[in-house]
Design a protein around this ligand. Sequence first.
Ligand code: AMP
Length: 456
Amino acid sequence: MTNDNNAKQIGFADLGISGNLLKAAEGVGFVTPKPIQEKAIPAMLEKRDVLGIAQTGSGKTAAFSLPILSQIIALGTKRKPKTARALILCPTRELAVQIDDVVRELSRHAHLSTALVLGGVSRNSQVRRLAQGVDVLVATPGRLTDIVRSGELSLSETRWLVLDEADRMLDMGFINDVRRIARATHSERQTALFSATMPKEVEKLSESLLNNPLRVEIAKESTTAGEISQRLVMARTKQKRKILSDMLADEAMRSVIIFARTKHGADRVTRDLGRDGFEAAVIHGNKSQNARQRALNGFRDGSVRILVATDIAARGIDVPGISHVVNFDLPDQPESYVHRIGRTGRNGASGEAVTLCDPAEADKLKAVEKIIRMRLPLVADHTSEPDPAPRPAPANNGGERRNAQKPARAGDSRKPKPRHSAKPQAQQGEQRQSEGDKPVRRRRRTRGKRPGAHAA
Ligand code: AMP
């Protein structure tokens, strides 16, 4: 028996999508709308603003793209030079590329023009593409602000605005850019805002930008983690490398994404894995866009088994078939845990998420457990075991080496219990280091151009 025993299966045509768009949607296998599409598409076709609380994986890209494309098609093909009719703003380059792919697929029979504006790649070719005016522009805030400021694009004709992954855009310090960009768009615009979480700032932003929106909430991955088995391994930082390598020896870990909190940390994990005989690709904000895309493509096509990533770089990535997520360390923002583990267990597949937690990360663990409203099942505690034999360290060693020579600190809590007993000092040191992954752009900003002011 199939599960479609509810009277009638709704299709995209029932939601108001027709002609070339319907054909294109079916062409990419979108036949039955996902819940977010069922709700958002008719509302957006009726020109209503939408506030979507949903993550990547929910089908939100088509939920906002289809109704916007449908309305643009109805307008005809006349465009003003250096303008964009619709703007989809998102926090990271990878997500921008992904959205652009979907928009292009969906508009392939409709003769619409699309453009992608993001940092890390040639600016000139992007500006050239905008010269004739485009129907749909997908952009990250940094490069877009730059191009708008220089007068190479006007948003005055932009009547559709989508803010995707709004919470992450705010986390990344893009709030002012986002507000400025929104102000520059047409006063009679339709706006859709999507966010995985709804902290106060996002709520405030949506109140100021959306007009009586339809609120669509799709169950968070944190509450639908049934398909993702979550495990906790307590281990001191120095033990994590060996534990990780031992885990990866298991071939059941077919396709693994490893999260590190900082760019530096991601590089170190990748390097250590290489030394332990595991080839891994890495993506983070210091890698060129081409290198990041190459790593992602390899991961997507299966030629790369292990991908090491920072939160920001991995945000929104939709790679099907990831069997395992490993949190090499706990994220600074507990919400990131939900995004991280949501990389696996896609489309009904099962997945596993393993978190390696140093006792000094106990506060972060506590914050995560509060958000997911459960205690992570502890499957192993290595903290009372001795450190693995030390490796030769560089001459100007940092804090990590110094700590290695010290006897155990009281706050190290080597005993299995209690798990939540971190020393605040340790947390502070980590906090500072973690800022390597935050955009320095706010501080670095100068007038006009902002070198490196792109999504991570
Ligand atoms: P998104 O949240 O937009 O990144 O979409 C998550 C995944 O769902 C992507 O791999 C899409 O290709 C897929 N998807 C979106 N809508 C549908 C649909 N109606 N039917 C089947 N797959 C879909």
